[in-house]
Design a protein around this ligand. Structure first.
Ligand code: C2E
Ligand code: MG
Ligand code: MG
Length: 550
């Protein structure tokens, strides 16, 4: 590890003097490491020094020591100042005291009813106000509303950028929400990234009340859509919002909140960044989901699952492989689409069992293909959920399956989504490297819909990017989507990755994709996902056709 000398301090501001207890004179000329002490994290310091040696900005949370010996946590942001010639002449360190988050007043009464971070009402105050509102509605039946707001990507911001930025975002969201409602309304922070707004007197007619609630929603959505800027980082904080109109029928505080929460889940299921009203049909759907979850727990053991295989084509080489796609059929129902049951399986923790089953069956099939000359060259792509990939024993489980089934590792490709990449990057890299060392390939699925961060892409041993089908669908009609597709192809190739487009349905889409340099395709234009035996027939047919053309 290179150890650049820490630069000497040439200037500090008043806040620095207050925070550390040192006078300016005591500080100027000291190396800026003089605040470090026994418990300051050495690895973090090494990291900062490395950045400094490379002349790159860096950021860290550090334990520093004040003059009296007391320690305090700071968020340190360090950036180089360069001369015209580009040499680094100085460094600017901005440190924020993490123990001094904004606190709303100090009296105990206030603290008992307000959220410490944002100063908004807390649950207790919200429940009180809701109780009062319900009592008022019993006397003068009128519609009021409860809005349940859940940020769509807060966890990712927190995981990726740290809790300091996460808190900053919550503070900013709280400030924006306050500009959307009237004085009489109550905004509460309900939990982590959940906010609740109690809207008073929305009207006596349900349509009028709904329209007023929608207006508030649109104000909120517009304000949240504005990017949040924190130092050099930019975030977006879309939200899913559930709205429950109440007041005309007897109800309870718990029920009002629970129904708004259910409506919020509906908004999430509808693709996030939107809103839903609660109604009684919703309750039916919730019951149905619970029932379906129960059924899903038994799906493996009741042999209700199967794999379908969808061909992947290279314009030059022809058929090169297939993606294994899971199907669930249970008596009395038509096939349940994976878009319904995979998220459900993730929520109720069954996904690991499903993924294990999928990997086992896919590898068995892969071993069978190896015995059929027309199929021996095909690569099998298998979807792996983030949860599964992060399991401690995942890598061993893959090796175990390969060993048991006799499938060739270099014919197996695992499809990950971007969500896997932001959780434990070093862990993900290690797992990928171990699998890769044995020839297992990796594709990044649904590319473009998640973080699409260069930082992750560069660090991972990927082989392939998959352009998400949502961009392919509109590539001919939406200039945005065609620009995105073009960017992904350029980006992928510049990183030495293959780029495959999924969801290719028309010749026009394929030709456009070819024109921008994408040569590998998957989609209904070539074949739908097929059962194992149908896929085999399909491959043989393709081969005959290819032979006939030679
Ligand atoms: P995915 O991995 O992005 O898979 C591609 C999806 O696009 C498949 O949907 C496929 O049937 C569909 N598709 C293929 N060609 C076309 C086309 O030309 N047009 C359109 N509109 N769609 C096309 P499917 O099979 O319903 O799977 C949906 C998602 O469910 C998959 O998206 C994947 O995220 C997940 N999934 C499927 N099987 C598994 C599995 O075994 N394990 C896990 N963890 N997830 C799976
Ligand atoms: Mg996939
Ligand atoms: Mg995909």
């Amino acid at each position: 590890m290179p150890h650049a000398a820490w630069p000497r301090i040439v200037f500090v501001n008043e806040a620095f003097v207050r925070l550390t207890g040192y006078s300016r004179n005591q500080v100027l000329g000291q190396p800026c490491s003089f605040l470090h002490g026994e418990k300051t994290d050495r690895n973090e310091l090494d990291r900062l020094q490395l950045a400094m040696a490379c002349g790159e900005p860096a950021r860290s949370e550090q334990l520093n020591y004040a003059k009296g010996g007391g320690s305090f946590w700071t968020d340190v942001d360090m950036a180089p100042i360069r001369s015209k010639a580009g040499d680094c002449t100085h460094w600017v360190f901005v440190q924020s005291d993490l123990s001094r988050r904004p606190r709303p007043g100090s009296d105990i009464e206030h603290l008992a009813h307000h959220d410490e971070l944002t100063g908004l009402a807390n649950r207790t105050l919200l429940f009180d106000r809701l109780q009062q509102t319900l009592a008022g509605c019993a006397r003068h039946p009128i519609f009021c509303g409860l809005m349940f707001i859940d940020l769509d990507n807060f966890k990712e911001v927190n995981d990726a950028w740290g809790h300091v930025q996460g808190d900053q975002l919550l503070l900013e969201v709280a400030a924006r929400l306050q500009t959307c409602v009237r004085e009489a309304d109550t905004i509460a922070r309900f939990g982590g990234d959940e906010f609740v707004i109690l809207l008073q007197t929305l009207g006596s007619d349900p349509a009028e009340a709904a329209a007023n609630a929608e207006t508030v929603y649109h104000k909120i959505a517009a304000l949240l859509a504005e990017p949040f800027q924190s130092q050099s980082l930019q975030f977006r904080a879309n939200a899913s919002v559930g709205i429950n109109l109440f007041g005309q029928l007897p109800t309870t505080v718990d029920e009002v909140i629970r129904h708004a929460d259910l409506a919020m889940y509906q908004a999430k299921n509808a693709g996030k960044n939107t809103y839903r009203f609660f109604d009684s049909d919703m309750q039916k759907m919730v019951d149905e989901r619970a029932w379906m979850g129960n059924e899903l727990r038994h799906a493996v053991q009741r042999q209700q699952l199967s794999l379908h295989y969808q061909a992947q084509f290279d314009v030059q080489q022809g058929l090169i492989g297939a993606e294994a796609l899971l199907r669930w059929s249970f008596p009395g129902r038509s096939l349940v689409p994976p878009e319904v049951f995979i998220p459900l399986a993730e929520q109720i923790g069954v996904i690991r069992e499903l993924d294990r089953w999928v990997l086992g069956v896919a590898c068995l099939e892969l071993a069978r293909w190896a015995t059929i000359p027309a199929m021996a060259h095909l690569v099998m792509a298998v979807n792996v959920s983030s949860q599964q990939f992060q399991l401690a024993g995942f890598v061993d489980a893959v090796f175990d399956v390969l060993f048991r089934t006799g499938a060739r590792p270099d014919r197996l490709k695992l499809e990950l989504t971007e969500s896997v990449l932001i959780q434990d990057l070093p862990g993900v890299r290690r797992s990928m490297a171990m699998l890769k060392a044995h020839g297992v390939g990796f594709a990044l699925d649904d590319f473009g819909t998640g973080y699409s961060s260069l930082k992750y892409l560069k660090q991972l041993a990927l082989d392939q990017l998959k352009i998400d089908k949502s961009f392919v669908a509109d590539v001919m009609t939406d200039s945005h989507d065609s620009a995105i597709a073009r960017t992904i192809v350029t980006l992928g190739h510049s990183l030495g990755l293959q780029v495959i487009a999924e969801g290719v349905e028309t010749v026009a889409q394929r030709d456009f994709l070819i024109s921008i340099g994408c040569h590998i395709f998957q989609g209904y234009l070539y074949s739908e996902p097929l059962a194992a035996n149908e896929f085999e027939v399909f491959v043989r047919f393709q081969q005959q056709r290819a032979n006939a053309q030679v």
